[in-house]
Write a protein that binds this ligand. Sequence first.
Ligand code: ATP
Ligand code: MG
Length: 694
Amino acid sequence: MGKQQTLQVLYNQEVASRSALENELRKVRDELEVQRKLNADTARLWHAFSIIPDACAIYDSDDNIVIANEAYKNMYDEIRHLIKRGLPRNELVSAALDAGILLKEGKSKDEWINGMTDPDHIEGGVKRVIQTGDGRILRVTSTRAENGDLISYRADITKEFERQKELEAAHIAAQDASKIKSAFLASMSHEIRTPMNGVIGMADLLCETQLDDEQTLYADTIRSSGESLLVIINDILDFSKIEAGQMELFLEPFNLEKAAHEACMLLRSKANDKGIDLLLDYDMFLPVWFDGDAGRIRQVLLNLISNAVKFTQAGHVCVHVVGVPIDDGKYELHVAVEDTGIGIPKTELAKVFKEFAQVDQEENRKFEGTGLGLAISKRLIEQMDGEIWVDSEDGVGSVFGFKIPLTCYPEEALKIPRVPNDVSHVIVVDDVKENRTILLKQLGSLGLTVSTFSNADDVLDAFDAGQRFDMVITDQLMPEKTGTMLAQSLRDRGFEGLVVLLSSGAKPFDAKNSERRIFDSILQKPALRTDLYKSLKLVFDPEPTPRKIGRTMVTSPLETRALRLLLAEDNKTNQLVFKKMLKSAGYDLRVAGDGSELLTLFKAERADIVFTDVSMPVMDGIEATQAIRAYEAEAGLMPVPIVALTAHAMQGDKERFIEAGMDDYLSKPLKKDKVLELIELYQTQATDNPFSAS
Ligand code: ATP
Ligand code: MG
């Protein structure tokens, strides 16, 4: 090899080794760069870890400290010098307990330490709340990582804890306040209703005495104002009870058609004074007995119907009740109250169900009211799992409706009369279309042929043209000819079928006797279907009636003596009202001033029926009832009917009375007819008692 060649080889070797070196160098530089980045990231993590405000530490799998952040050290300030890499966790806890940084909370030191370090407690993460010596509340979270490290994390929740405590205290205070409010309302209700008994009862009695026109007006005004005041008091009480969540529903079997009919009848005279027709359209195939809170349903009906009557000047108010079966005996009932009144502008519709809200409109201001009726109705219907709504057109009329699910009372079979063979064609005469439609439905579904007429002359024309029918149902007040005139003309033409007057007049019985004789029967509108069918002499299958709940008694007729009643009542005015109410009935009434007097009187004299006030001095009505029941049991006597007279309107009272052994209750202010009705009811049950035997 020449020199030249040798040099070339050496050169090549040099280049190769240099390039290898350069490669090596690049690799090292790259690695260094990665390392530098890693270091920066680690430094960043360490920094973040050290400044997060919550205390955090990492222990290795042997539970020795690896690292703790600043907050962690601050938490153990007095012993922070101990917190170094390698410190065992139980030593830290032990030192913290000694220094009073952690509170033992009734545990021994060992229990505490074991609780903190027990692997079972930590597996899967543990959360506990501890209190420190200086009153801070910490939430401790310990989590074991996959490599065995333990991450211990504690958040200072002192502020949240305090806020929570404040909230709880405020909640309890609010509950207390609400209880105080209800108690206040209960006593107010009692206090207000008791004197109202005197006012309304006495005015009632006054109206029955010989008065001249002026005096009658005054007495009537006292009575009706008293009754309006009571309505307002009851509304406010109801609303407060609902507000306090104290409104409870009492389910009992009730006749829905009757309830709707009663509500209509209560508002009939008001509707009549305004010349409005008040109609009830109860679905022909809907059962009438349901399980529900009859009182509350009647209250909603009354409110909707009274609104409809109040805000209607001419036309009609019609209550439609329909229902569809949903499942096992349950029905979804739809009730709609439709009127032809002033209506509600669309913009005002949303607010009518709000409390104390009335439509802001010139038309509306003339009417009185507190604006609570619909708010209460809405809450009641919602409590029955139902819905309430309104649809209205300004100046045309409104429909207020609600739907509720109710269980049909099982013992009721659908009660549809059979039509006698000789009856097939019925004529309905009424100038109001809605009335004709209702009767058409009610009678048509029985299989009768129904022809409707809007005036008397058309009926007479049809008759003259040879049309024949078996019965006529006619309205009284119609344009041109009245129902009486129609009946007379038909009779004159030799019509021999039934003629029934279905009058909307408040007092159809005002008609002269001679007029009345033309009709086979006279009914008031709206008529209960059963009354209508009865007056049409349709045949009923024996009527199943639901069993009566409550105490059943042995009965036998009262003989020659007067019925003896005992009354316990501490209020002198109320004693007087009660006495006067029964004055003309000829009962033998004895009066006691409190429960203990009642008991003495009962033991000495016995009674057929006992009436007792509930709140009385010395011994209240409940205690007196219990004492009477105990006495009866001891002496082997039949239980006497005991009726509570109460001004209490709070929930649960009825149960309390029944539980104490009472049979019934009357709510004050007492109404004479209600008292007499009840006496009559118990009269038949009252004879086989100790008193008649003595
Ligand atoms: P209250 O019922 O407490 O005596 P109210 O009748 O004024 O007073 P709601 O029954 O709550 O109160 O009715 C609220 C408002 O809704 C009424 O004041 C009226 O403006 C409007 N309203 C209710 N029913 C009708 C209706 N049938 N036609 C027109 N407006 C109605
Ligand atoms: Mg109202």
